[in-house]
Design a protein around this ligand. Structure first.
Ligand SMILES: Cc1cc2nc3c(=O)[nH]c(=O)nc-3n(C[C@H](O)[C@H](O)[C@H](O)COP(=O)(O)OP(=O)(O)OC[C@H]3O[C@@H](n4cnc5c(N)ncnc54)[C@H](O)[C@@H]3O)c2cc1C
Ligand SMILES: *[C@@H]1O[C@H](CO)[C@@H](O)[C@H](O)[C@H]1NC(C)=O
Ligand SMILES: *[C@@H]1O[C@H](CO)[C@@H](O)[C@H](O)[C@H]1NC(C)=O
Ligand SMILES: *[C@@H]1O[C@H](CO)[C@@H](O)[C@H](O)[C@H]1NC(C)=O
Length: 561
């Protein structure tokens, strides 16, 4: 039994008591009027079981608590949840084939993890001294490497990193050792004061972004109604107008600095060039290139799974929403379509009081009836393209030859690229994610008994690396073989290919379009943040906000009734 009505003042509770045994629980919500119809339960639809749909459902349910006045249904067109969060396994190791991690600065994902009781993944102890990854940029001719854990700077990338970490103290050259003078001079000559100015801008802009949408301590959860004006209020509109290239150039950064430093970071983090993202994304990419990030222990998909199961929502797989029309008994009716031939109901209509669209419009295939008055041009400035994510396991290291480098050069753990690296197909980044050392006994005959623990001659120790490649096209087996220095087809123990829809902003406009959260009364949209920044933090904040907005609307309408 439900305890909601215990908050009804005692007298009313007692007067209603007699009716408890045979009354439907809903009637008790309105005990003043015994003759009234039972108050209908509010029905909320959420379209999409990705991170934004999951956060919307969780925080809506979290606000309503256990009262049973509201039914949440999540429609997901695929047979699985999570979408661009997807975790798979290789020999017990988790591989994120979608979004690998969130920023450690992100309040929303960190809060959601805490609220549902999930721990962040601990860094692998063997990587303890390498947590600050060796990163490098391949510009087609040479590889520019930073080894942030080394005390002595020896390349310009390390200086960029040091400046990033120490900010202006490095400007005073306190820590500069003699070999660095030379590099520093080269850096100044090449980039002017761009590294320092960029560092300052990143620090202040990202401090504003880190607070965006956060009101963790507020008693009444505040919401925003228009993403565009909220960005403006936070002082971030200049960073999200136009492309990153135009916005950073306006701030006086040199082309060399943008091409050789900022753009490779953006390509590594977002799989985009500076023309395809906004300024804020480039700043986030730069910070994340050097700082740590968080992922969920056991796989990021556990976060979506927990949020949805704790929201008590009815999750309907293989149920794509095709049309939204004004409803009869409730505000909207949705046309649900199942792509599965085996289900006997392939299409049906269902009515809802409020609907949250938790997927970017251009990826959704949803259309609106003419009577639904949406005075907004949704996602006009972007078009969907694809990104290919290839994971492979190899016991051979990456080959310097693939990068047209001399054989003895040691490659960094993460290689980012410039658009001028003349790759075919265009590779944005190659990362060594993890290493596995195991003993292979397949050559032993007969198989060793468990009591005989001594190592046999037939044992061989196998070292394997798990790599991730981000590219704009499929990377075939032959290219992968070349990457690990094999001329013929190398026998990879594991290959996983994933294609994601990707929003590339073709013409980023110079006016921030109004990004209303409520497109029409009772119709909410979380996807408006996607072409400002495509990230877990944006999806989480948009989902959180939409969940709160639906809650406010539901509680207001119930107060009215
Ligand atoms: C390769 C890659 C790497 C990334 N790396 C990072 C990273 O390192 N850090 C970071 O912060 N972010 C990263 N991101 C971005 C991040 O993954 C996304 O921002 C986030 O997961 C989007 O979540 P969402 O819920 O908004 O949308 P989605 O995850 O796209 O979820 C939408 C869901 O809606 C469903 N759907 C669509 N249409 C309908 C319909 N008509 N009816 C019913 N259901 C429908 C879809 O099937 C999908 O499940 C990355 C993205 C990609 C692709
Ligand atoms: C009781 O409910 C009926 C029908 O819904 C309504 O017409 C009437 O005004 C209500 N009375 C009170 C006192 O709320
Ligand atoms: C499919 O048909 C069967 C038998 O007619 C029915 O019992 C079942 O509920 C139907 N399934 C759905 C999803 O409606
Ligand atoms: C590519 O390699 C994998 C693993 O070695 C193999 O399973 C797959 O069939 C190969 N694909 C092609 C097209 O050769």
């Amino acid at each position: 039994m439900n305890y909601t009505y215990l908050i009804i003042p005692g007298v009313l509770f007692l007067s209603a008591q007699a009716a408890i045994s045979d009354a439907a629980p809903q009637q008790l919500l309105n005990p003043n009027n015994q003759s009234s119809q039972p108050m209908p339960r509010s029905k909320i639809a959420i379209i999409g079981a990705g991170l934004s749909g999951a956060t919307a459902a969780y925080y809506l349910h979290d606000s309503i608590r256990e009262s049973q006045e509201v039914d949440i249904t999540i429609f997901e067109s695929l047979p699985e949840m999570g979408s661009r969060i997807k975790s798979i396994k290789y020999r017990g190791r988790t591989i994120e084939v979608g979004a690998p991690a969130a920023s450690t600065h992100d309040w929303c994902v960190l809060r959601a993890m805490k609220d549902v009781g999930l721990a962040p993944k601990a860094p692998d102890p063997r990587w303890y001294f390498r947590v600050k990854k060796r990163v490098g940029v391949w510009n087609g001719g040479e590889i520019l490497i930073a080894e942030p854990h080394e005390p002595q700077c020896s390349t310009w990338w390390e200086i960029v990193w040091k400046l990033w970490r120490d900010g202006t103290t490095a400007w005073y050259l306190r820590k500069v050792s003699p070999p660095m003078w030379w590099e520093l001079g080269k850096l100044m000559w090449r980039y002017g004061v761009s590294p320092w100015r960029f560092h300052r801008a990143v620090s202040s802009d990202l401090a504003a972004w880190d607070r965006f949408g956060a009101d963790l301590d507020a008693w009444e959860r505040l919401t925003f109604s228009n993403l565009g004006s909220e960005m403006d209020k936070s002082g971030l509109s200049a960073q999200v107008l136009g492309s990153a290239r135009s916005c950073l150039r306006d701030l006086g950064h040199s082309n060399e600095f943008l091409n050789e430093v900022v753009e490779p970071c953006t390509r590594a983090r977002f799989g985009q060039n500076l023309d395809g993202v906004r300024g804020l994304s480039a700043e986030i990419a730069f910070r994340e290139f050097f700082s740590r990030s968080v992922s969920v222990s056991g796989g990021n998909c556990r976060l979506v799974d927990r949020l949805i199961s704790l929201s008590k929502a009815d999750l309907k797989f293989n149920s794509g929403i095709k049309e939204i029309h004004p409803g009869q008994s409730k505000r909207y009716k949705l046309r649900v379509e199942s792509p599965l031939p085996k289900s006997n109901v392939s299409t049906y209509w269902e009515d809802f009081d409020a609907v949250a669209i938790a997927v970017p419009f251009s990826m959704s295939g949803v259309s609106f009836g003419e009577e639904v008055d949406i005075r907004m041009n949704l996602d006009a400035s972007s078009h969907p393209s694809e990104r290919h994510i290839t994971h492979f396991v190899s016991s051979q290291d990456l080959s310097p030859d693939f990068f047209k480098l001399l054989p003895r050069i040691k490659l960094p753990d993460m290689i980012s690229t410039t658009p001028y690296s003349s790759n075919v197909p265009d590779i944005y980044s190659i990362t060594l994610l993890d290493t596995i050392t195991r003993i292979d006994r397949t050559g032993c005959s007969p198989p060793p008994l468990s009591s005989r623990l001594d190592l046999d001659d037939c044992d061989s120790v196998i070292h394997e690396g798990i790599y991730r490649v981000v590219s704009s096209e499929t990377i075939d087996n032959q290219t992968l073989s070349k990457m690990v220095g094999s001329s013929s087809d190398y026998d990879f123990p594991f290959i996983h290919r994933q294609v994601w829809p990707y929003i590339t902003a073709t013409e980023i406009d110079f006016q921030l379009p109004t990004r209303k959260i409520e497109l029409a009364p009772g119709l909410y949209y979380t996807g408006g943040g996607e072409d400002i920044i495509s990230s877990l933090e944006m999806s989480c904040r948009m989902g959180f906000n939409a969940g709160m907005k639906v809650f406010n609307a539901v509680s207001q309408s119930r107060e009215r009734d």
